[in-house]
Unconditional design. Structure first.
Length: 122
């Protein structure tokens, strides 16, 4: 459990929780994703080893841990109870798993607005 609590704290401070939209042949597709980027290779590789997902290194020295789809769902279900700052975003993203395509579009816009409002208040 302490690994989930640690990840929840990192996601609250440095993470990104989003419903991503991709368009292919004029049709939109939505999938949940969570990302955490930082310069600490040790932290990011440890997250990858403990929680799976994807691991990417970048030219500018940043490291990225990335999770999407069902893996993101499982991760969020485990960390959301411990989150503070981004708990509302995590809960909203979790709710999208049972939505149809029209509802996902609305949730995409709601999550984007939640992020914009948080950035304005900082």
């Amino acid at each position: 459990m302490e690994n989930w609590i640690y990840l929840a704290g990192l996601m609250d401070g440095e993470g990104c929780i989003s419903l991503e939209r991709r368009t292919y042949k004029k049709k939109s597709y939505y999938y949940p994703s969570i990302r955490l980027a930082m310069k600490s290779k040790v932290t990011i590789t440890t997250l990858f080893e403990r929680h799976g997902g994807k691991l990417y290194g970048h030219r500018n020295g940043m490291w990225l841990w990335y999770s999407y789809g069902e893996h993101a769902r499982n991760t969020l279900e485990n960390i959301a109870p411990f989150m503070i700052e981004k708990k509302d975003e995590a809960e909203k993203l979790l709710s999208t798993f049972n939505e149809d395509m029209m509802q996902k579009e609305k949730s995409f816009l709601v999550l984007r607005k939640m992020k914009q409002d948080k950035h304005k208040s900082e």
